[in-house]
Ligand binder design. Sequence first.
Ligand code: UDX
Length: 507
Amino acid sequence: MTAPLRTITPWTSRGPVPSRPRRPRSTRIDSIEGGSDPRPMPSPSVRRVGIVGAGYMGLATALAFARRRRPVVVYDSNARLRRTLSSGRSPIHEVGVRELLRRETSSGAFRVAGTLGELVESADVIVLCLPTPRGAGGRIDLGPMLRGVRELAREIAATHGYRLVVVKSTVVPGTTVERIEPALRAATRRSPRELGVAVNPEFLAEGSMLADALRPERIVLGVSDPKAARTLRHVYATFPAPVHELSPSGAELVKYASNAFLAAKVSFANEVARLSERLGENVDRVARAVGADSRIGRKFLRAGPGFGGSCFDKDVRALVGRSRELGERFRTGEFALSVNEDQLRHVARLVRRALPTLEGKTVALLGVSFKAGTDDVRESRALPIARDLLRAGARVRLHDPVALARFAEEWTGGGWGSKDEVEFCATPAGALRGADLAILHADWPAYRAWPAAWSRAMRQPLLLDLRRAIPPARASKVGLRLVALGVGVPTSGRRPRSRSSAGGRRA
Ligand code: UDX
């Protein structure tokens, strides 16, 4: 029924004038979410989504679920990490995580469980985000995963009601069906009607993990029974993304094939970079034109020091190994890996071209995380670069806006060297003071604004820019000599330059 006009226009000149409803201030999370409102009513049929493992991927996944109206309960076997999360603090540097953690903790949508049993009690969908580190012979080490699965199975066996266990960790094709599911069924004695097992790989890149988790381009589900498929579809119903349903092994393969393709693209760009150097071109200009073909695409064609991070090298090796076990070869992966190894040698050649003698020289290495936007240093190329500089007799100073503490841990813990062999600097200017060469490894925005004072602070104002973060015009403005990976000196003739003179040197 329509209300009479009088009652819907109550604000007359005599009545109170309402203040205009204030639009909530837009925050970083709003921009990450792309302005959509992801919060209609919570669904009654899913209680909480349980997240086991709160590393980079587990935490981003948990926060995305919480934000998309799927309240979560998180458990990690690391008690210190649980305490950090319970107090609303972020254990990692990742855009938006701190803000969302605070918001969803106070909204009650993000909760930390004190024990795995507590998680299993309050969650019927349990997502495994456990680490699958590099193991022997290029394989992944399933130890942490299988230990977690056995512990989880004990807790599930002690509870009633349907549970769906979802493998989100990256495991080689076949692992869930051959190893994880049998372990769960043996320990719980439950049929697929009581216990579902599914695969749901993630495609989160560090530095944009929340954006990737909140607005995925696709959701890949690996399911083998209808109940598991229904449950998982329901869990993801609040995510605006197309769903691809495959078998568990198929879903596992999607993850590996995606990473292998991206790694191959980076290696391809790095080979084009070397050609660009020899031809006096700029690899970014070449890549932009190549990538303008929509069949190729512009993304992942940024040449650099080679791919690092916890995924590409490990995953591609594991896929190459798994292919062999299956009686096949995965040559695209082999190519990506071998070019990536070469790229480190190429960086060493560029260093020599910039500064032929390193003995007794001071080198500032800027940006030590594996890429800008994260404090993660796993497989960072800054590690071997620093080690090689030291071996060649240079003094090495390091700067990074957020990753120095993790670098120090990895440097000593990973057996790269001792802590006092390298100097950790709080500011870029501190690292550059008296340096004979700067090497830009991760292109943090702070480095792009290179002021003239930094060049003046150096003994020789010379930069080897592995990411082409400083345009030549800026370099000459701030008195910096630039050697850039993927950039050759333009030649007047058309003849490719000889091996010894290539190298992208710009004065
Ligand atoms: C990657 C995948 O992108 C992600 O989908 C998957 O879930 C995990 O692995 P991540 O390792 O966090 O994510 O970072 P990514 O942005 O993919 O970069 C990986 C490496 O490739 C970095 O060292 C980066 O510097 C390098 N890279 C990437 C390039 O050198 N050039 C590029 O164009 C892109």
